[in-house]
Write a protein that binds this ligand. Structure first.
Ligand SMILES: [Cu+2]
Length: 428
C-alpha cells in the first residue's frame, strides 16, 4: 500500500515543484576549500510573508560563513530560526541581518512563531556537491526524494492517541458518568514535534463520549489548568444552566475546582464538547472532543460498517486530523464493499474542504440532523463549528489520498504535512 500511496502523493506534489526550487548561488562556485573561519562566502537572502518563506530552498556553493539578509514582507511578526539556533526576528516591514555558518550537511530553518512552521514556514539551506563546477541541476530529484522520504513515514508512530471512546461509569440509577480533567500536557503532533497542549484526560482530542437519546448523562469537569475554563456541549439540546458559557449560564470553573454537568440527551447526532472560556485559545490548544449521540428508536439512520469520527483543528498545534499532522495521521483501513460513515467535526478557526480521492462522499447529515436529500460530493466543506456526516462506499481498491484541499494546510516544500491521511481499501 505504501508504494501506491507514494505514487499518488507524487502526482499531487508535482504541481508545487516549479514554485519552490530556487538556487541562490553564493561565494565561489569552484568548490575550493573554505578559507579562514571569518571569511564571508556570500549572502543568503530570505523573505517572509503570511505565511511562508521565499525561497524555501537555498543552495550555497560551499560550507562556511554567510551573511544573512532577512526581510519580513508579512503583516505579523516572523522569524528565521536556523536548526543551529541562529535566529533573525523581524517585525512587519522590517529587516534583520547577521551571519550564519552553514555546515557541509546543510541547515534547515523555520519560523518559530507558534503555528507558522506547521503552516508551511520551513525551508533548508543545502550545500552543492564537493567539486561541482556548477550547482548541479538535480533540484527536481532532491524534491522528489524529500517528498518521498516524508510520505514513506506514513502512518508514523507518535506518542499519544486522541479521540478514543471512553466508556462511562454507569450509576445505580442508570446515569452515565464521565470524569473529564483539563490539564496542560506535552503532545506529539508529528514525529519529533512535541508541543505544549491543553487536553481533556491527557489526549488531543479528548476522549470520545457516546450515548443514546434518553440517557441521563453526567460529566464532571476537573480543572487542573492554570486558567479558568468551562465545557460547552456543542449541538446538544441542554438546560440553560448546563450550556457552559461563563457569566451567561454558569460561573467560570477556576483552577483546582470542579463543575458537574448533568442532563438528559434529547437529540441524536454528531456533536462536540469544548471549552467556552478563552475558546479562541483553549480550543485550538486542544480542549475539544466528540460527543456522539445515537437514537435506538431511529428508523431512518443509514447503515454503516465502520463509524469514524474525524476532528479537524488548526492553530498552535498545526493543521491536524484527530490531533495529529501527516505523516502521523492514521489511515482508515477498510475492506472492499464496506460502507464507512465519516463524521467530520471542525473545531478549528478555519474552513477545511475535505477531499477524498477516488470515491465520492454521500453527504447525509449536517450538525447532527439527517438531510432530506442526501447528495454526492467529492470535496466536503466543513466550516468552524460544523459537523458533516458522509457515507463512503469502499468500491475502489487501493490507497486513496484524503486531505484538506486548502493546499497550504496539506503540502509544503518538504512534502505533505498537516491535514492529510488516506482511505485504504483492501481486497476482501
Ligand atoms: Cu484546511
Amino acid at each position: 500500500m505504501g508504494r501506491l500511496f507514494v505514487y499518488g502523493a507524487a502526482v499531487v506534489s508535482v504541481v508545487l515543484l516549479s514554485l519552490i526550487y530556487v538556487i541562490l548561488a553564493a561565494g565561489a562556485g569552484d568548490g575550493t576549500p573554505v578559507g579562514g573561519d571569518d571569511e564571508i562566502l556570500g549572502t543568503i537572502e530570505v523573505r517572509a510573508f503570511d505565511i511562508g518563506f521565499d525561497p524555501t530552498r537555498v543552495q550555497v556553493a560551499a560550507p562556511g560563513r554567510y551573511t544573512v539578509s532577512f526581510f519580513n514582507d508579512g503583516t505579523v511578526l516572523h522569524d528565521l530560526t536556523f536548526a543551529d539556533g541562529t535566529v533573525f526576528q523581524a517585525e512587519p516591514g522590517q529587516a534583520a541581518n547577521g551571519e550564519v555558518v552553514i555546515p557541509a550537511a546543510g541547515l534547515t530553518f523555520l519560523c518559530s512563531v507558534p503555528g507558522h512552521a506547521d503552516g508551511g514556514m520551513r525551508g533548508e539551506v543545502t550545500v552543492a556537491g564537493e567539486g561541482a563546477a556548477t550547482p548541479a541541476p538535480t533540484g527536481a530529484e532532491e524534491l522528489r526524494d524529500l517528498d518521498a522520504a516524508r510520505t514513506a513515514q506514513f502512518p508514523a508512530e507518535t506518542e499519544g492517541k486522541g479521540n478514543q471512546i471512553l466508556e462511562p461509569v454507569v450509576q445505580a440509577d442508570g446515569t452515565k458518568e464521565w470524569d473529564v480533567t483539563a490539564s496542560v500536557i506535552q503532545w506529539e503532533t508529528e514525529p519529533g514535534t512535541v508541543l505544549e497542549a491543553y487536553a481533556y484526560n491527557g489526549t488531543v482530542p479528548g476522549p470520545q463520549l457516546r450515548a443514546e437519546v434518553g440517557d441521563r448523562v453526567r460529566i464532571v469537569l476537573h480543572n487542573e489548568l492554570p486558567e479558568p475554563t468551562t465545557i460547552h456541549f456543542h449541538g446538544l439540546v441542554v438546560p440553560n444552566g448546563m450550556d457552559g458559557v461563563p457569566v451567561i449560564s454558569q460561573p467560570a470553573v477556576m483552577p483546582g475546582q470542579s463543575f458537574t454537568y448533568e442532563f438528559t440527551l434529547r437529540n441524536a447526532g454528531s456533536h462536540m464538547y469544548h471549552s467556552h472560556f478563552m475558546a479562541d485559545h483553549q480550543v485550538p490548544m486542544g480542549l475539544l472532543g466528540a460527543f456522539v449521540v445515537t437514537d435506538p428508536n431511529a428508523t431512518d439512520e443509514p447503515a454503516a460498517d465502520i463509524d469514524y469520527t474525524m476532528i479537524l483543528n488548526d492553530g498552535p498545534l498545526g493543521f491536524t486530523l484527530n490531533g495529529k499532522g501527516f505523516p502521523a495521521t492514521q489511515p482508515i483501513v477498510v475492506t472492499q464493499g464496506q460502507t464507512i460513515r465519516v463524521r467530520y467535526m471542525n473545531e478549528g478557526l478555519q474552513i477545511h474542504p475535505m477531499h477524498l480521492h477516488g470515491i465520492p462522499q454521500l453527504v447525509i447529515a449536517k450538525d447532527g440532523y439527517l438531510l432530506p436529500d442526501p447528495h454526492h460530493e467529492d470535496t466536503v466543506l466543513v466550516a468552524p463549528g460544523e459537523r458533516i456526516d458522509v457515507l463512503v462506499e469502499a468500491t475502489e481498491l487501493g490507497a486513496w489520498a484524503y486531505h484538506c484541499h486548502i493546499l497550504t494546510h496539506a503540502e509544503s516544500a518538504n512534502g505533505m504535512f498537516g491535514m492529510v491521511t488516506a482511505l485504504i481499501v483492501q481486497e476482501p
